[in-house]
Design a protein around this ligand. Sequence first.
Ligand code: 13P
Length: 271
Amino acid sequence: MLVSPRVILAPAFRQGRLVGAFNTGNLEMTMGILRAAEERKAPVLLQIAEKRLPHSPLALMGPMMVNAARQATVPVAVQLDHGEEPAVLAEAAALGFTGLMFDGSALSPDENARRTSAVRALGVDWIEGEIGVLAGSEGGPEAEALYSDPGQAQTYAEASGCDCLAVSIGNAHGHYKGKPRLNFTILEEIHRRLPDLPLVLHGGTGIPKEDLARAVKLGICKVNIATASFDALYKGASKPAGDYFSLSEAMAQSVYESTMKQLEWFGEVSA
Ligand code: 13P
């Protein structure tokens, strides 16, 4: 069933549970992700990043994602990930997305807050903001990491009225070079200043279970996963399949297996 991220994330945050937000790029990924969510009876977010749209157009992906969520037997929110362009944010809202992430992390904190609150006018219930810059990117040019400043995070969150906040604490999109080194001191300070605001950890692929267990105790309730699913899709597609139908099933199955593993971890570290 299609729901607002609020329906999933507000109780998860209160109860200290981690929710998976899985990015998709095609039909098979979407099917694999939702098959796993249904099997584990886990509410999830299904997301597509703006940078992915040249390869997977929103006009095609959006209705498919929204309808897949509607038909799912578990609550599923559909969210635009790293939205920057006003026209893309408006298109996602018009297509029935229930969450929008505005990524103004490259802007000054004031401008970021101003533009984040302007997204509210699109009438979508749930707005995710970001403060600090993550290393790596969702299909775009590599960015240098810039840790979130707790004071700025507080000012930004209060000025923008965002419903949840993505933090940059050493997490990165793509594959980590070595073991991820998350700065829990920064996370703890952000959570201390904003105790009622759900926090989001991007760059979920490759973050060890022990780190997830620490993060969920410090306000993180949503973890974004993209690379693991795209890798799984590629792996599924790389096995000799024989015909298109077997290929399609192999891709969905591989993403399903990867998503099952992530959801199992999120379940294990949740209260
Ligand atoms: P990964 O690609 O590291 O899984 O990160 C996904 C993400 O944060 C999407 O916004």
